[in-house]
Design a protein around this ligand. Structure first.
Ligand code: F6R
Length: 612
């Protein structure tokens, strides 16, 4: 979702800002803009991609060592040049970029209109910048004070950065509910909505907390206060990611690179946590909460999208292996349905970005009701990682492709480790069997590597079905969430309508859709209810549906029924979701490429959904 980049220092700001916007493109956006300060404020903006902004500004005045830049994902008003950020105040003295939504902007706009303000755009952001200007002029206060007073009147979420033609070296930034990171260089500061535009310049960062205001003046220390005017000491952290992780590394798309990174990312999610020889599992981040987990009335997993699918796999894992009752909730539903939560419930919030607005709000709600909240996040220092009581990072590395791939398998890996650890403490599994399970988990990265070497089949299947309008994905048990995830991958990047269902539910409705034009993907490897899935395949075959099946290497029964099979290495049932989801990612990828879709930045989607 919207991206923020800002710079003040000794270099020319414009190339840093444009590169920063390119690094943030993965978040999703529909217009882009930049303001540079060079005596006066120069602002340029366009509808469309950052490359269009680059062409548009080619022969313009681009000097200045202080500037702000933005990619906008429309919430208020159409995605057009007029509504693109930066927005300026009526006197053109202030320029602002903003992520989030000001909920009471209509009332504020009416008040400002009554005082003679005119508005050029339909945005809530233009209201905010004029409110700040109005306070600054009428209350005769400094800009930072005007920002503070204005933010006290605002209801909603924001990450903002403001520049003023009266302060040639200073940026003022603030956040509430929308992320903002300050990068501290030598005689220079950077600001961005996540660390990706900052990494190549400095590893020293400060993640702003909600309701904090940062004043960044070149040549001075970073100053942070709260909107209630309390001074804070900046907490400087070191970034762990490398620049090379943000590049495509020879792959055509980030998504493909991330699919192929999975042997590494799954291994990294287990590194230092699993010892298959001693039988030791140690998840340092949640060690103090293990007793709380095993004594919990129930675990409630909250998440959105792909992370919610990982949560569903978690439900099977915790109940099957550790015998702890689990409920899995969409964060967006949970937060509004007055859920019954008690002190003996443990919430596990799963999020790749750690910034998803609905998941954050659901956490806040559960926290107020006294529950213990653990997080499973990928982005270190993200909002969810910070508001939860404790948690485990997934260590998948930066995920740039909008469609989540390696983050999903890393989430499932961490959930598997958690379930096994709790089973160990509770003694729900005999020691010898437990050791077998651990050893098989340890072999998974190697099996993923083997699976990824088996090239070709998914591409052939994609060629065959790239022009269809509908797909059905069916699986049972542990593989039901895999079916949901496979369908989500296909629809989000290829724009083909796809449904995921528990295979046995097919008879209760979706079977009506089956005819010779309907491809049905079955997740049918060898496991406890293999025969039942084979019966479901027969039901589709009898109605002339086309069958694509994920099977265990060497399978012959399903091979004889299916139009296409994709083999995965044999493994324990509880580990199949990690292996089976990977060919489905590849299938979606090839379908999207063959249909000419923008794989890494699908239409209308944002990587980090920071508004509800
Ligand atoms: C799908 C996808 C989304 C996210 C969802 C939650 O490929 O990426 O469905 O899973 O928006 O995002 P996080 O995990 O960042 O909370």
């Amino acid at each position: 979702m919207c991206g923020i980049v800002a710079y003040t220092g000794y270099k020319q700001a414009h190339p840093i800002l444009i590169k920063g916007l390119q690094r943030l493109e993965y978040r999703g956006y529909d217009s882009a803009g930049i303001s540079l300060l060079d005596g006066k404020v120069y602002t340029y903006k366009t509808k469309g991609k950052v490359s269009e902004l680059e062409s548009f500004i080619k022969n313009k005045h681009l000097k200045g060592s202080l500037g702000i830049a933005h990619t906008r994902w429309a919430t208020h008003g159409e995605p057009n040049q007029k509504n693109a950020h930066p927005h300026f105040s009526q006197t053109k003295s202030l320029s602002i970029i903003h992520n989030g939504i000001i909920e009471n902007y209509v009332t504020l706009k009416e008040e400002l209109t009554a005082r003679g303000y005119l508005f050029e755009s339909d945005t809530d952001t233009e209201v905010l910048v004029n409110l700040i200007e109005d306070i600054r002029i009428n209350e005769k206060v400094l800009l930072d004070e005007a920002v503070r007073i204005a933010l006290c009147q605002v209801v909603g979420a924001y990450a903002i950065v403001i520049l003023s033609d009266e302060h040639p070296n200073t940026l003022i930034a603030a956040r509430k509910g929308s992320p903002l990171v300050v990068g501290i260089g030598d005689d220079e500061f950077f600001l961005a909505s996540d660390a990706t535009p900052i990494i190549e310049y400095t590893k020293n960062v400060v993640y702003l907390e909600d309701e904090e205001i940062a004043i960044l003046t070149r040549g001075e220390e970073l100053k942070i206060t709260t909107i209630t005017n309390q001074e804070k000491t900046p907490y400087i952290q070191k970034l762990e990611w490398n620049l090379s992780e943000l590049e495509k590394g020879g792959y055509d798309h980030f998504m493909l690179k991330e699919i192929y990174e999975q042997p590494r990312s799954i291994r990294d999610s287990m590194r230092g946590r699993l010892n298959p020889i001693t039988g030791n599992i140690s998840l340092g981040g949640i060690i103090d909460y293990e007793q709380k987990l095993i004594n919990a009335n129930r675990i409630i997993i909250i998440a959105c999208g792909t992370s919610w699918h990982a949560g569903l796999v978690g439900e099977y894992l915790f109940e099957d292996i550790a015998r702890i009752p689990v409920e899995v909730e969409y964060a967006s539903e949970f937060r509004y349905r007055n859920p019954i939560i008690g002190e003996n419930d443990v919430i596990i919030a799963i999020s790749q970005s750690g910034e998803t607005a609905d998941t954050l709000a659901a956490i806040e709600l559960a926290k107020k009701k006294g529950a213990t909240i653990l997080g499973i996040c990928n982005v270190v220092g993200s909002s969810i990682a910070r508001v939860t009581h404790a948690g485990s990072y997934t260590h998948a590395g930066p995920e740039i492709g909008v469609a989540s791939t390696k983050a999903f398998t890393a989430q499932v890996t961490v959930l598997t480790l958690m379930a096994l650890r709790l089973a160990q403490i509770k003694g729900t599994i005999p020691k010898a069997r437990f050791m077998q399970m651990l050893q098989e988990l340890d072999r998974i990265p190697e099996k993923v590597e083997r699976l990824l070497q088996n090239n070709g089949t998914t591409e052939i299947i994609a060629q065959k079905y790239k022009d269809v309008n509908n797909f059905l994905y069916l699986g049972r048990g542990y593989n039901f969430p895999v079916a949901l995830e496979g369908a989500l991958k296909l629809k989000e990047i290829s724009y083909i309508h796809a449904e995921g269902y528990p295979a046995a539910e097919m008879k209760h409705g979706p079977i009506a859709l089956i005819d010779e034009n309907m491809p049905v993907v079955f997740i049918a490897p060898h496991h406890g209810i293999y025969e039942k899935v084979v019966s479901n395949i027969q039901e589709v075959k009898a109605r002339k549906g086309k069958i694509i099946a994920i099977v265990t290497e060497g399978d012959t029964i399903v091979r004889n029924l299916a139009d296409y099979v994709i083999e995965i290495p044999a493994t324990e049932e509880f580990l199949i979701p990690i292996l089976a989801s990977i060919p489905l990612q590849k299938l979606a990828y090839h379908m999207a490429v063959l249909r000419g879709c923008n794989v890494d930045m699908p239409r209308n989607l944002a990587k980090s959904v920071t508004v509800e």
